[in-house]
Design a protein. Structure first.
Lengths: 102, 495, 625
C-alpha cells in the first residue's frame, strides 16, 4: 500500500509551517533561524519526492538531490557569516543586525 | 536626384558623437570647448545646407509636405519604427535648435569653470535630444527623445546652477516627468486601440492619425497629451517650475530652456496633439484660450513685480508663450503661422536676454535689479543690445516679436474675437515690465559702483549675431512664412 | 516716384544706422553733418516728389508680412495728404536738426542723440506714407520708441527717464486700441490696405464702423495727447528742447489727427464717431488752454498749448473738415516748432532756468529771438492775418457750418478757448521778454540758433497763403485736397465767413488786451510779487492739469503695482507653487512613512514575507473554492 499523495502533502505543509514559525518566532538566534529554513527546505524536498513517486517521474527526485547539495552549500556559507557577525557584534540576535534599514 | 544619405540621422548623431568626443577630452578644457563648438557649428552647417540645397519635393513613402524622410524597422515585435521626417515646421525648429545650441556653447565659454568636458558633453547631448523630438514621426521614438532631453537638462541645472539648484532641478524634472508619464499612458492606449481596430500594432504617427477614437476616450487621451505639453509650454497654472528652473540654471541652460525646451511643447502640440485628436482638441480649445489669455496677462503682471532680472525674463517667457498657445488654439492658418513665428522669435529674443543677464551677472555677481542703474553710461554697447532685445521683447514693430504677435492676434481675432480681446491687454502689460527693466538697469544713476566692463569681442559677437537675426526676422519674415506655408495648410486644411 | 519715396525713407534710416553703429568712433562734425544731410536729403526727395506729383500713387517697395491671405507689403501711398505732411516733416525736422547741432554742442553723447533723431524722421515718414495698417503701425510705434528714448535722453536724472516711460506706456494704451481696430478690420474685410479699406466703407454695417472709429479715436488720443490720455505730454518736456519742438509739437503728436484724417473715408460715415472726435477735440482744446493759463514752466505752457491746438485739429476732423484740420496741422507745426525753438534759445540764454516768472528783459538782449517768438505767439493767439488765424478760423467756420446743437456748442467752446489762447500766449510773451530782471548769457551757439527761427517765423506768419479764404481768391490746399473724401468743406458765403473771422479776431484781440492789462507794463511787477506767494486752489488745479496725474496714480498705477506683488507672492508662490510644494512634501512624507517599514530587521521582513505569502495563498484558495 502506498502512502497517498495528500498525506505526504499534509506532512510537508506541517513541516513547512513549523519551519516558518521557527524562523518568524525564534529570531533571538540566527542559528535557530537557519534551522527553521532547513526544515522548510526539507518540507519542499518532501513535496518533490512525493510528487515524483505519485507520477513515476524521476524529475522530483533529481530536484531533491539538487536541493540537498544546495542546502549544504547554503548552510556552510550562512554559518560562516554567522561566525563573522558574531565576531563583529558579539551577538547572534538578528534584531541587532539592522544597519540595512531604509 | 535621389537622395539616400540619412541626413536626419546625421542631425541627431552629430551632436551625440560630439558629446562623446567632448567627454573624452579629459585632459584639456580648451579642447573640450573647441570640440563642442566644432560639432555645434557642424550641425548648424548641415542645417544651412538643408535650407540651401534643392531637395526633392516628396521622397518616396513620405507623408505629404515632408521633404526629408527616413524610415527603418527597429523593434518590429512592437511595431516600433525608426521614423524621422522633416517638413517646413521641423526645419525651422531644427535650425533654431542648431543655432541656439551653438550660441549656448559660446555663451558658456568662460562662465563655466568646473567639469568643463562633462558640461559641454551634456550640452550637446541635450541638443541631440531636442533634434530628435523635432524630427521623430514615431510616437515611441518621440517619447524616447522627449524623456532623453530631460536628463542632460537636469544635470545642467543641478551641477552648474546657482541658488537652490537642486530644488529647481528636481522640480523641473518631476514636473515634466509627471506630464510625460501621462502622455506615455495615452500613447500606449492609442497604440492598443489602433492595433485592435486595424490589426497592425504600430506607433507610426501617419497611421495612428487614422485611429477612430471614441469621443469620450479621445478627450481623456488628448487631455493627457495636452497636460504633458502644457507643462513644457508652460501654460498657466502649470508654469511655476519655470521661474525656479530659469533662475537657478547656468546662463546657457536658461538660454536653451527658454529658446528650445519650451518650444518642444508647442511643437508637439502642433505635430501630435491636434492631428491625433482633432475633435478632442476642438473641445479643449476654450480651455486653451483661457489658459493662454490668462498666461499672457498674468505672466506680464507678475514679471512686473520681480526683483531678480532672470526671474523677470522667466515670467516674460510665460507671457510670450501665451501668445504661442493662443495662436495654436485658434488653429487658423494665419494664427498658426504667427504662433510658429513667435516660437522662433521668442527663442531668439529671450535667449538673447538671458545671455545678457548672464553677462551682467558674470561682471557684478548680482541679478538684483536694485543693484544696477546707469549701465548705459558705463557700458554703452551692452546697453545698446539690452535695449534692442528688450524692445523686441516688448513687440516694437520692425523687430521680430512684433511679427509673430501681430499675426497671432489678427489671426485669432478672426476666429474668436473674445479670446483675442483678452490678449490685447498683454500688449500694454508687456511694455510695462520691459520698460521697467530698461529703466532700472540702463537709466538712472549708478546705485553703487559696479565693475562693469563693456562687452568683450566674444560677447559682442554673440549678441550681434542674435541682433541681426532679430532685425532680419522683423523686417523680412518672408522666407520663414514661406517655409511653414505648406505644412500649415496641410495641418489646418486651410487655403 | 518710387526712387524718391524709397530714398526719402532710406536717407534717415541710413543716417540713424551710421550714427548708432559707428557714431562714437566718428568725429563729431561728421556725425552732425550726416544727420543733417540725411534729413535734408529726405526733404529734397519729398520736394521732388511734390514737383512731379500728378495723381495719388501706390508704390510697393518689397515684401514684409505675407501669411496666407494676410498681406502687408512694404508699400507706400502718396496722395495730397501724405505728400503735404511729408514735405512739412522734411522741412521742419531739417531745421530742427540744424538747430540741434548748436543746441547740443556741449553734449557728449551726440551720436545717440542724432541717431534717434534720424530714426524718428524715418519712423514718422513711414507712418505718413504707409499704405497698409501694419506698416503704419510700424511707424506709429517707431516714433513712440524714439520719443521714449529722447524724452529720457538725459537718463541719469530719474525724472527724465520716468517721463519717457510714462509717455511710452500711455501711448501704448492707445496703440492697443489701434491694433484691435486693425484686427477687426482684417476680420471683416480680409484686407489691411488703407486704400482698399477706405473704399469698403459702404460694405460695412454702421455699428461696426462706429466701433472701429471709436477704437481709432482711442489710438489717436494716445498719440495726440487728447483727453483722457494727455497726461504724458506735459511731462515729455523733460527731453531736450529740440526734441520737444520736433516730436512733441510739430510731428509725432499730430499723428493721431493724421490717422483719423487718413481713415476718414471709412469712419466719417458714422455720425457717432465724428461727434465723439469733435467732443474729444473740443474738451481737449479747452482743457489744454485752461491749464496753460496757470503754468510757470515755459515749456509746459507750450506743451499744454500743443494739447489744446491738437484739440482744434480734432475738432476740424470731427466737423468733417479734413482740409481745415490738415491746414491747421501744417501751420501749427511751423509756429509751434518756432515757439519751442525760441523757448530753447531763451532757456539756453537763461542758464537753463525754465520758470517764466524768473525771466524778463529779453526783448532788448535777444531781439531776434523776441521778434520771432512774437510772430509765433501771434500765430498761436490767432491774431488777424497770421497763418494761425486763417487755419484756426477755417476750423471754426467748419464747426459753425456743420450746424446742429452739438457743433454750435462746440463752436462756442472753441471760441472761448481761442480767447484763453490769446491770453496765455501773450502772458508768456510779457513775462519772458518784458521787464528788466534778466541777465542772459549770449553765447556763439545761441546766435546761430536764432537764425533757424527766421524761416519758421516767416512760414508761420504767411502760412495763411497756403489756403486763403474764398473772398481773397481761394486756397491752394482746398483745391489740392478737393479729391480727398471730406476734403471739400461746406462752402460758406463770403459774408458769413467774414463775420466768423470778425468774431474770431475780436476775441483774439480781446485776449491780447486782457494779457496786456494783467501782465503788461507796470502790472507785470505786481504779478511777479504775487507769484512768490502761495497760489489759490484754482491756480493749483490748473497748474496740476486738473489733477489727472494724481487720479491715474490712485486708480491705475498704485493698484497695478500692489496687485503685481500680490499676484506674485500670494498667487504664484502662495497658492500655485505652495500647493504643489505641499503635494510634493506630502508624497515625500508618505514615502518615508512607508519606508519606515524597511527597518533592517530580518524578522520584520520575514514576517511581512510570510504574511504576504499567506495573503496570496488565501486569495488563491478563495478563488478556487
Amino acid at each position: 500500500m502506498t502512502v497517498p499523495l495528500y498525506h505526504v502533502l499534509i506532512l510537508a505543509a506541517t513541516l513547512f509551517s513549523l519551519g516558518l514559525a521557527c524562523v518568524v518566532a525564534w529570531r533571538a538566534n540566527v542559528i535557530m533561524m537557519l534551522i527553521g529554513i532547513e526544515i522548510m527546505l526539507n518540507a519542499v524536498m518532501l513535496t518533490f519526492v512525493g510528487g515524483s513517486a505519485q507520477w513515476g517521474i524521476a524529475d522530483g527526485q533529481l530536484f531533491a538531490l539538487m536541493l540537498m547539495a544546495l542546502t549544504s552549500a547554503e548552510v556552510s556559507l550562512a554559518l560562516a557569516m554567522v561566525v563573522y557577525l558574531h565576531r563583529r557584534k558579539r551577538s547572534v540576535n538578528t534584531d541587532d543586525f539592522d544597519s540595512m534599514n531604509g | 536626384m535621389t537622395f539616400d544619405f540619412p541626413i536626419l540621422t546625421l542631425l541627431i548623431l552629430l551632436p551625440l558623437c560630439g558629446s562623446l568626443l567632448t567627454l573624452a577630452c579629459r585632459r584639456s578644457d580648451l579642447a573640450a570647448r573647441r570640440v563642442a563648438l566644432f560639432f555645434a557649428l557642424a550641425e548648424l552647417a548641415v542645417c544651412a545646407w538643408i535650407c540651401l540645397a534643392s531637395l526633392p519635393a516628396a521622397p518616396a513613402g513620405a507623408p505629404a509636405g515632408f521633404f526629408l524622410f527616413e524610415d527603418a524597422a527597429w523593434i518590429e515585435r512592437f511595431g516600433i519604427r525608426y521614423t524621422l521626417g522633416m517638413d517646413g515646421v521641423s526645419l525651422i525648429m531644427v535650425f533654431l535648435t542648431a543655432f541656439i545650441s551653438a550660441i549656448a556653447a559660446v555663451v558658456s565659454w568662460k562662465g563655466i569653470t568646473e567639469r568643463i568636458p562633462l558640461y559641454f558633453a551634456l550640452l550637446l547631448a541635450l541638443e541631440a535630444g531636442i533634434q530628435g523630438v523635432f524630427l521623430s514621426l514615431d510616437l515611441f521614438l518621440f517619447y524616447l527623445f522627449w524623456e532623453a532631453m530631460l536628463i542632460p537638462m537636469f544635470f545642467l541645472i543641478g551641477i552648474w546652477g546657482h541658488g537652490r539648484r537642486i530644488y529647481s532641478a528636481v522640480k523641473f524634472f518631476l514636473y515634466t516627468f509627471f506630464g510625460s508619464l501621462l502622455m506615455l499612458v495615452a500613447i500606449i492606449s492609442l497604440y492598443l486601440m489602433h492595433g485592435a481596430q486595424s490589426g497592425s500594432y504600430t506607433f507610426a504617427l501617419g497611421q495612428l492619425i487614422h485611429t477612430s477614437v471614441p469621443y469620450g476616450i479621445g478627450l481623456w487621451l488628448y487631455a493627457a497629451f495636452l497636460f504633458a505639453f502644457a507643462i513644457k509650454f508652460p501654460l498657466f497654472p502649470l508654469h511655476t517650475w519655470l521661474p525656479d528652473a530659469h533662475t537657478d540654471a547656468p546662463t546657457a541652460g536658461s538660454v536653451i530652456l527658454a529658446s528650445l525646451l519650451l518650444k518642444t511643447g508647442a511643437y508637439a502640440l502642433i505635430r501630435f496633439g491636434y492631428p491625433l485628436f482633432p475633435e478632442a482638441a476642438r473641445a479643449f480649445t476654450p480651455l486653451l484660450y483661457v489658459s493662454a489669455v490668462i498666461g499672457i496677462s498674468y505672466g506680464a503682471w507678475v514679471a512686473f513685480a520681480q526683483e531678480d532680472m532672470k526671474r523677470l525674463v522667466a515670467y516674460s517667457s510665460v507671457s510670450h508663450m501665451g501668445f504661442v498657445a493662443l495662436g495654436i488654439a485658434a488653429w487658423s492658418p494665419v494664427a498658426l503661422s504667427g504662433a510658429l513665428l513667435q516660437m522662433v522669435n521668442h527663442g531668439v529674443t529671450t535667449g538673447a536676454l538671458f545671455a545678457l543677464v548672464g553677462m551682467l551677472d558674470e561682471r557684478t555677481h548680482s541679478r538684483e535689479l536694485a543693484t544696477y542703474g546707469g549701465v548705459w553710461g558705463k557700458a554703452p554697447v551692452l546697453a545698446f543690445f539690452f535695449l534692442l532685445f528688450c524692445m523686441a521683447s516688448a513687440g516694437v514693430p520692425g523687430l521680430n516679436n512684433f511679427v509673430g504677435e501681430f499675426l497671432v492676434l489678427v489671426g485669432t481675432f478672426r476666429v474668436s474675437p473674445a479670446a483675442a480681446a483678452g490678449a490685447f491687454l498683454g500688449i500694454v502689460l508687456t511694455l510695462v515690465y520691459t520698460v521697467r527693466l530698461v529703466q532700472e538697469i540702463l537709466f538712472g544713476k549708478e546705485k553703487k559702483p559696479l565693475a562693469l566692463a563693456d562687452l568683450t569681442l566674444r560677447e559682442g559677437g554673440i549678441l550681434a549675431v542674435l541682433a541681426v537675426v532679430d532685425v532680419y526676422l522683423g523686417v523680412h519674415p518672408g522666407p520663414l512664412l514661406e517655409l511653414m506655408k505648406t505644412p500649415i495648410a496641410l495641418l489646418t486644411g486651410g487655403k | 516716384m518710387k526712387i524718391y519715396l524709397s530714398l526719402m525713407l532710406l536717407f534717415p534710416l541710413f543716417g540713424a544706422a551710421i550714427s548708432s553703429l559707428f557714431g562714437r568712433k566718428l568725429p563729431r562734425r561728421l556725425v552732425e553733418t550726416i544727420a543733417c544731410a540725411a534729413v535734408w536729403g529726405s526733404f529734397v526727395c519729398a520736394f521732388l516728389a511734390a514737383c512731379t506729383y500728378r495723381a495719388p500713387e501706390k508704390v510697393t517697395l518689397g515684401d514684409w508680412l505675407s501669411a496666407f491671405d494676410l498681406l502687408a507689403p512694404l508699400s507706400l501711398y502718396l496722395d495730397p495728404l501724405s505728400l503735404s505732411l511729408a514735405v512739412m516733416i522734411g522741412f521742419v525736422c531739417g531745421l530742427i536738426h540744424v538747430y540741434s547741432v548748436f543746441y547740443m554742442a556741449k553734449e557728449l553723447d551726440y551720436a545717440r542723440f542724432f541717431a534717434l533723431l534720424n530714426l524718428f524722421v524715418f519712423a514718422m515718414l513711414t507712418l505718413i506714407l504707409a499704405e497698409n495698417l501694419p506698416l503704419l503701425y510700424l511707424g506709429w510705434e517707431g516714433v513712440g520708441f524714439c520719443s521714449y528714448l529722447l524724452i529720457g535722453f538725459w537718463y541719469t536724472d530719474k525724472r527724465n527717464a520716468d517721463a519717457g516711460r510714462k509717455a511710452f506706456i500711455t501711448t501704448r494704451v492707445g496703440d492697443t486700441a489701434l491694433v484691435i481696430a486693425v484686427a477687426w478690420l482684417f476680420q471683416l474685410t480680409g484686407s489691411l490696405s488703407i486704400t482698399q479699406l477706405n473704399g469698403m466703407a459702404f460694405l460695412l454695417p454702421g455699428g461696426v464702423i462706429t466701433g472701429i472709429g471709436l477704437l481709432l479715436l482711442v489710438g489717436a488720443m494716445g498719440k495726440s495727447a487728447q483727453v483722457p490720455l494727455m497726461v504724458w505730454l506735459p511731462d515729455a518736456m523733460a527731453g531736450p528742447t529740440p526734441v520737444s519742438a520736433m516730436i512733441h509739437a510739430a510731428t509725432m503728436v499730430t499723428a493721431g489727427v493724421y490717422l483719423l484724417a487718413r481713415m476718414f473715408p471709412l469712419i466719417g460715415g458714422s455720425a457717432t464717431v465724428t461727434a465723439a472726435v469733435a467732443v474729444t477735440g473740443g474738451v481737449t482744446a479747452f482743457y489744454g488752454a485752461s491749464c496753460a493759463l496757470a503754468q510757470r514752466d515755459l515749456k509746459r505752457v507750450l506743451a499744454f498749448s500743443t494739447i489744446s491746438q491738437i484739440g482744434y485739429m480734432m475738432l476740424g476732423v470731427g466737423a468733417g473738415a479734413i482740409t481745415a484740420a490738415t491746414f491747421h496741422l501744417l501751420v501749427h507745426a511751423f509756429f509751434k516748432a518756432l515757439l519751442f525753438l525760441g523757448a530753447g534759445c531763451v532757456i539756453s540764454a537763461m542758464h537753463h532756468e525754465q520758470d517764466i516768472f524768473k525771466m524778463g528783459g529779453l526783448r532788448r538782449t535777444l531781439p531776434l529771438t523776441f521778434w520771432c517768438y512774437l510772430a509765433g505767439a501771434a500765430c498761436l493767439a490767432g491774431l488777424p492775418f497770421t497763418g494761425g488765424f486763417f487755419s484756426k478760423d477755417s476750423i471754426l467756420a467748419a464747426l459753425w457750418l456743420k450746424g446742429g446743437g452739438l457743433y454750435r456748442g462746440l463752436y462756442l467752446l472753441a471760441l472761448l478757448t481761442a480767447l484763453l489762447t490769446a491770453f496765455y500766449s501773450f502772458r508768456m510773451v510779457y513775462l519772458v521778454f518784458c521787464g528788466e530782471n534778466g541777465r542772459p548769457h549770449v553765447h556763439a551757439e545761441l546766435k546761430a540758433m536764432q537764425w533757424v527761427l527766421i524761416p519758421l517765423a516767416l512760414l508761420g506768419l504767411f502760412g495763411g497763403l497756403l489756403n486763403l479764404p474764398d473772398y481773397l481768391g481761394g486756397g491752394f490746399l482746398n483745391g489740392f485736397f478737393a479729391r480727398l473724401s471730406g476734403g471739400a468743406a461746406a462752402e460758406a458765403s463770403h459774408l458769413e465767413e467774414l463775420a466768423l473771422q470778425g468774431v474770431a479776431s475780436v476775441l483774439a484781440l480781446a485776449g491780447l488786451l486782457a494779457a496786456h492789462l494783467r501782465y503788461g507794463g507796470k502790472a507785470r511787477a505786481q504779478r511777479l510779487k504775487e507769484s512768490a506767494l502761495s497760489s489759490s486752489a484754482l491756480t493749483m488745479f490748473l497748474l496740476n492739469g486738473w489733477y489727472f496725474d494724481r487720479l491715474y496714480h490712485a486708480i491705475l498705477i498704485r493698484p497695478y503695482q500692489a496687485l503685481s506683488g500680490v499676484l506674485w507672492r500670494r498667487m504664484d508662490e502662495g497658492v500655485i507653487d505652495d500647493s504643489l510644494d505641499r503635494l510634493a512634501a506630502g508624497l515625500g512624507a508618505s514615502g518615508s512613512w512607508l519606508g519606515g517599514w524597511t527597518t533592517g530587521r530580518i524578522s520584520v521582513y520575514i514576517f511581512s514575507f510570510a504574511a504576504g505569502g499567506a495573503l496570496i495563498l488565501g486569495y488563491l484558495a478563495w478563488l478556487t473554492l
